[in-house]
Design a protein around this ligand. Structure first.
Ligand code: FAD
Length: 264
């Protein structure tokens, strides 16, 4: 990585000043920034800010921006609340060495279409806490145009949800062809689909079709899959065409719903 000026603040106020007021480049794990390879005039390493944690805060689980993919994958707290959701969603990303480096904050801030983490967080209806700049639902952040500088401090996950992840890769460690997360809460279902190849999006019609009471049967799961495939846009890249992704979407959405229904 080609960095002209490197800073490593030890408190959030200093980091905020450098990133938001002076326009310096925040570095999470640096894995993606390194692979993109653009020179960085002024980098701010966030590793000394105490943001590497996963803990209960009130009615939420708070994930610090510097928690790594591997931290999420191995967290006993997340496993107690969400079962195998995080290992199943994140365990296929590159290799363990990469997952030990890449951060939750970098994955969210980058808004990568291929991000499994974003699919899961969107289905869980996570919120983002921006240092000195309030809290916003992830869905709102993803729907807004990319704006000015910000410092993501943590991600809040509601504790009262069940969710299941399904994804398809051509080969282990490759980027996903499609990824799906279905989430059931008291208020109803949220289905998120990512790697379309655009960034993760919610399927409102599919979620609504499942109602808010009881476990959906086989026909409802299949129908929700069809609705999801019909209400999202899909595109083409070197991994798959749009119509292939649409077909895979209906299958994976139905599987994710079944998984929650059968497990409960
Ligand atoms: C070889 C390889 C394979 C991969 N395969 C996959 C895959 O299959 N699936 C998948 O989901 N991901 C994959 N990834 C991406 C990875 O999961 C991360 O999403 C990515 O590396 C970003 O995390 P990072 O910590 O490295 O971010 P960085 O590179 O440090 O930062 C990414 C962006 O976020 C900004 N940023 C970082 N932290 C903050 C913060 N706290 N506040 C504000 N802005 C911030 C940075 O300025 C930068 O713009 C892969 C990465 C690599 C290197």
């Amino acid at each position: 990585m080609n960095i002209a000026t490197y800073r490593r603040p030890s408190n959030l106020d200093e980091a905020y000043d450098l990133v938001v007021k002076q326009g310096a480049y925040p570095l999470g794990g640096g894995a993606w920034s390194m692979s993109v390879g653009r020179p960085i005039a002024s980098a701010v390493d966030l590793c000394d800010l105490g943001l590497r944690y996963i803990r209960v805060e009130g009615k939420n689980i708070a994930v610090g921006a510097m928690a790594t993919a591997r931290d999420l994958e191995r967290s006993s707290l997340l496993a107690d609340v969400f079962g195998p959701l995080f290992p199943e969603a994140l365990g296929g990303i590159a290799g363990v060495q990469v997952r030990n480096i890449v951060t939750a904050g970098g994955s969210v801030a980058g808004r990568y279409g291929f991000s499994e983490l974003l699919v899961v967080l969107l289905a869980l209806d996570a919120s983002l806490v921006f240092y000195n700049d309030g809290t916003r639902p992830l869905s709102e952040y993803l729907g807004a145009p990319r704006g000015g500088a910000f410092l993501l401090e943590k991600i809040l996950l509601p504790l009262d949800k069940k969710a299941s992840y399904q994804g398809l890769r051509h080969a282990a460690t490759d980027f996903p062809v499609l990824s799906v997360c279905a989430c059931r809460a008291r208020a109803g279902w949220r289905i998120a689909v990512g790697a379309r190849p655009g960034v993760a999006a919610i399927c409102p019609g599919a979620g609504a079709s499942l109602g808010s009471t009881g476990s959906p049967g086989e026909q409802m799961a299949l129908e929700a899959g069809r609705i999801a495939a019909g209400e999202l846009s899909f595109g083409e890249d070197l991994r798959a065409g749009a119509e292939y992704r649409r077909s895979v979407c209906s299958v994976l959405v139905a599987r994710a719903i079944r998984r929650i229904s059968y497990d409960s």
